[in-house]
Design a protein around this ligand. Structure first.
Ligand SMILES: CC(C)(COP(=O)(O)OP(=O)(O)OC[C@H]1O[C@@H](n2cnc3c(N)ncnc32)[C@H](O)[C@@H]1OP(=O)(O)O)[C@@H](O)C(=O)NCCC(=O)NCCS
Length: 208
């Protein structure tokens, strides 16, 4: 497999103490809302579990996940940047992290399957993407878009219709296409599954 994932149930999180480095602890203390604090910590627990397992690290405070200026998580081990591809998502009680190989690109997204109003559909999706109408399909499509946005690494600065996924195949335009070209037009795969039950989970990743 090109990547490893870890899911964390946010109702069973261990205490932050002993998990966070001093730099992470300082950032954590700036988060005021309990939901945000729980999700942020959950993402760290999930990602640290994968990295600790893969790199045989027992002291989780040696692994740091700090936010880059655009919100993208940056991974450090013993304060040195680690170039493993990685991504975090959280939704309604769960946090998930994924780690890919060095030199690859990766983005993940988890969303609870929900009914959305028609205006949402019109605002965010290109007509070519809407080959089905079910809540499960539209939620899956949304997770594919978000996973691709995270893979490109830009966060909110893209228009949603510039990042399309048509029958599982990414299609970029505008600023998203510029970014994709800057990355060297890597071959991308997007996979989606219902996981856990009632949620859609997508992974977008590049070949090595
Ligand atoms: C931030 C964004 C990348 C995803 O946000 P989201 O789906 O609301 O939230 P998720 O829980 O799935 O993901 C949040 C995680 O994404 C990661 N992330 C944030 N900015 C990121 C970026 N620029 N690149 C990659 N990953 C990023 C972070 O790890 C964050 O968790 P953390 O802050 O606890 O570390 C962004 O697409 C967003 O806010 N979208 C809002 C909706 C929208 O307009 N979408 C249009 C998509 S084209």
């Amino acid at each position: 497999m090109a990547y490893h994932t870890e899911i964390v149930d946010l109702t069973t999180l261990p205490p932050a103490h002993g998990i966070l480095s001093p730099r992470e602890e300082a950032y954590y203390q700036t988060l005021r809302f309990p939901k945000r604090r729980t999700e942020w910590l959950g993402g760290r627990v999930a990602l640290k579990r994968v990295v600790a397992r893969e790199r045989c690290i027992s002291d989780w405070t040696q692994i740091e996940i700090l936010p880059h200026e655009n919100g993208k998580p940056q991974l450090f081990v013993q304060q040195k940047p680690l170039t493993l591809a990685h991504s975090i998502t959280h939704s309604h009680g769960f946090a998930v992290a994924a780690v890919g190989s060095e030199g690859t690109l990766l983005g993940i997204d988890l969303e609870k399957i929900d009914h959305r109003i028609d205006a949402w559909k019109r605002d965010f999706f290109h007509p070519d993407e809407l080959t089905e109408e079910s809540d499960a399909f539209l939620t899956a499509l949304w997770t594919q878009k978000e996973a691709l946005v995270k893979l490109l690494g830009t966060g909110l600065s893209l228009r949603s219709k510039e990042v399309c996924c048509i029958n599982g195949t990414p299609r970029f335009s505008g600023r998203a296409l510029e970014l994709y070209n800057q990355l060297g037009c890597p071959s991308l795969t997007v996979t989606t599954k219902q996981w856990p039950t009632g949620y859609m989970f997508s992974v977008a990743f590049s070949a090595r």
